[in-house]
Design a binder for this molecule. Structure first.
Ligand SMILES: [Zn+2]
Length: 447
């Protein structure tokens, strides 16, 4: 095996080259070969996939059965290719989380990532140390970071527990991993100590730091947002407060799905992940601007825990080709999770859906006094909106404006709310992944 810095450099060059030049038939061939390689490996080393694909034509990947988190977790022991046991990996992950000790590898070799999961089901993700150590170079090669920020000094806030990342200290890059559970004082101290010029974290963390902007003395040159949906008004706010560009990385527990280019658009990492976006007919989504109905990902680099045609419940919409010239598909917007969609009755009694980004627009454009908000829906048509305001003496006005804006928006969609309740006060954010939209019932059959 090559020494890490050299391997990292080779990765970096390859990642840059493929992003800029791989296109058309060559891209198809590259991807097909990578998919074939992971399929072959899975069938050879994983009892789960061997059975799942028995009698199937592996050359036709789009005909193979799909899996999801529940299926993956249930088959954990037989799905992974290293004979690892779920209860042992879980015990390790939980102990590390309990002791807040995020150092060291499981069995000296594996990174164990535990995802909280909004639907309650926890996911456990394994990555080989050799691969996880190379991932920061992928971040760097694909983050669209300007060279003028060299040497990069990165404060990287990790949302999910992940003990395998080791800080990096090199001539061109210094990287410190920080848990989002750090107290704000500690976080700011560490950012300043590092003199970080790159601040990387989930939007909920960046938002907290934005409130303490004046205490951050580090020469921040760019913000990188990942792990949660970054809404447009947040991007605008963060760019205003920090006076720098905000770029987005689309990273899931399942893999590094998309990264920003120098023009700031989000491109699918076609060489690292095979991403299938399907429309309502189960066909490859080709139109731009419309959210997909299903999203399947195949991780092309994780050999310990192969994830093949694995369904995420994220909703994304494609954008037009990018001016940067890369042929990698552009994600116009990560709209949210499937469980963020809200449902309202039409006049004929059937239910229609509204995407969270639309509702969010109705709320934030209603008044400039809204600092934060959260929407809960426990049954179709019913709504509780929590509003955190800059000044509470405006509360009644703001409530009325939001109510009007929501009703107008719904009416334009041919929908109506049955009840709308408002709460004004601090919006509690909890410790885990912050969610603005919460739906307490399963999606209706039609909509
Ligand atoms: Zn681009």
């Amino acid at each position: 095996m090559l020494p890490l810095p050299l391997q990292g450099l080779i990765d970096f060059i390859g990642l840059r080259w493929r992003f800029a030049y791989l296109r058309g038939e060559r891209l198809q061939r590259y991807r097909a070969a990578a998919v074939a390689r992971i399929l072959e490996l899975a069938v050879e080393r994983s009892a789960f996939y061997r059975e799942l694909y028995a009698g199937r034509d592996l050359r036709d990947v789009r005909s193979l059965p799909t899996i999801d988190k529940a299926r993956m977790m249930k088959a954990f022991d037989r799905l992974n290719t290293a004979g690892l046991k779920l209860d042992e990996a879980m015990a390790f992950a939980l102990a590390a989380e309990r002791d807040k000790n995020y150092r060291g590898y499981w069995r000296d070799r594996y990174v164990v990532g535990l995802s909280s999961g909004t639907s309650g089901a926890r996911g456990l993700y394994l990555t080989d140390r050799a691969i996880s150590q190379r991932l920061p170079f992928a971040f760097l090669a694909r983050s669209g970071m300007p060279w003028r920020l060299l040497p990069f000094r990165i404060a990287f806030f990790l949302r999910i527990f992940n003990q395998g990342f080791a800080d990096i200290n090199g001539p061109l890059i210094a990287l410190r991993y920080m848990p989002t559970m750090l107290s704000l004082d500690d976080a700011i101290e560490r950012i300043n100590e590092l003199r970080a010029n790159v601040l990387m974290g989930p939007p909920s963390m960046l938002r907290l730091l934005a409130r303490e902007r004046t205490r951050i003395t580090a020469p921040i040159g760019i913000l990188v947002s990942y792990a949660e949906v970054l809404e447009e008004h947040e991007r605008v706010m963060l760019e205003r407060v920090f006076g720098v560009r905000v770029v987005e990385i689309y990273q899931a527990s399942e893999g590094l799905i998309a990264c920003p280019c120098s023009a700031g658009r989000l491109h699918i990492n076609e060489d690292l992940m095979f991403v299938e976006l399907l429309d309502e007919h189960g066909r490859e989504l080709e139109t731009t601007g419309q959210p997909c109905r299903r999203m399947l990902v195949t991780n092309l680099y994780n050999e310990v825990q192969p994830l093949i045609r694995y369904e995420l419940n994220d909703l994304v919409a494609l954008g037009p080709p990018c001016e940067c010239g890369s042929a990698f598909r552009v994600i116009a917007k990560v709209i949210g999770r499937d469980d963020d969609i809200l449902y309202f009755p039409r006049s004929d009694g059937t239910l229609g859906h509204v995407f969270p980004d639309v509702v969010s627009r109705w709320i934030i454009t209603a008044s400039e006094h809204i600092d934060e908000y959260m929407v809960e829906q426990s049954s179709p048509g019913q709504l509780v909106v929590a509003l955190e305001l800059a000044a509470n003496d405006e509360a009644e006005d703001v409530k009325a404006l939001v109510m009007q804006s929501m009703q107008r928006g719904l009416a334009e969609h041919g929908l109506a709310a049955l009840s709308m309740e408002f709460r004004v006060g601090p919006v509690t954010r909890g410790n885990g992944k912050y969610k603005r939209f919460r739906r307490g019932f399963p999606p209706p059959q039609a909509g």
